[in-house]
Design a protein around this ligand. Structure first.
Ligand code: ZN
Length: 205
């Protein structure tokens, strides 16, 4: 894939939960490992759902990854080292400095592959993702299957104690049982979502 290009670019894999983002990242990394490329992967230390030092997919595949607290730890690790491939999973949890790191590495000839949620449970853009999606040369937007109607799912439904979460709910609700499932646009529910309808004016057309 993409062999004719000069080395160094940014690939972004995105979509809702259960769309196979980590799975796709692992697949690409594994393929490149057969080509004897030097590879390093990172993930935020907060994501320890499946494995501490691995990228893990819901489907059960894994690849070794350094769990890091923040972007500076990635920079520190990469100082004086040269890799062909840098992979980052759950990239939506890093702050905006991750964009500079991805850009710097891609400029230096590294193939940078990141995977992350494009939207939060409210259906709003997730942190740094819009900028990464803009800067990336290649974007793969995956869909899951809506748990309610079977359509392609582009959103992550959050259920708190079995009910749709409220727009104002904090990301972590102490004492509540959180559950997530993929949903399509039409079945995605957010309680108390502010309605933003812009009236078209002549000047905005
Ligand atoms: Zn649906």
């Amino acid at each position: 894939m993409y062999q004719q290009y000069q080395p160094g670019w940014l690939e972004v894999i995105t979509g809702p939960m259960f769309a196979g983002k980590s799975e796709e990242l692992i697949r690409r990394i594994r393929t490149l490992s057969y080509a004897k490329k030097s590879i390093v992967c990172f993930k935020p230390a907060i994501d320890d759902r499946y494995a501490k030092e691995e990228i893990a997919s819901h489907a059960g595949n894994m690849w070794e990854a350094k769990a890091v607290k923040d972007v500076s730890e990635i920079k520190e690790f990469l100082k004086d080292k040269k890799y062909d491939i840098v992979g980052i999973d759950e990239v939506q949890f890093f702050n905006s400095k991750i964009v500079d790191v991805c850009e710097y590495l891609a400029d230096k000839g590294v193939r940078v592959m990141v995977a992350g949620l494009d939207k939060d449970f409210r259906g709003e853009a997730f942190g740094v993702m819009p900028e990464l999606l803009t800067k990336g040369e290649f974007v793969t937007k995956l869909t899951a299957v809506c748990a309610k109607c079977g359509s392609p799912a582009t959103r992550t439904q959050r259920l708190v104690d079995g009910k749709p979460a409220s727009f104002d709910d904090p990301v972590v609700l102490v004492g509540a049982v959180d559950h997530y499932e993929p949903r399509c646009r039409h079945c995605h529910e957010v309680v108390n979502k502010p309605i933003k309808i812009k009236r078209r004016t002549k000047s905005s057309q």
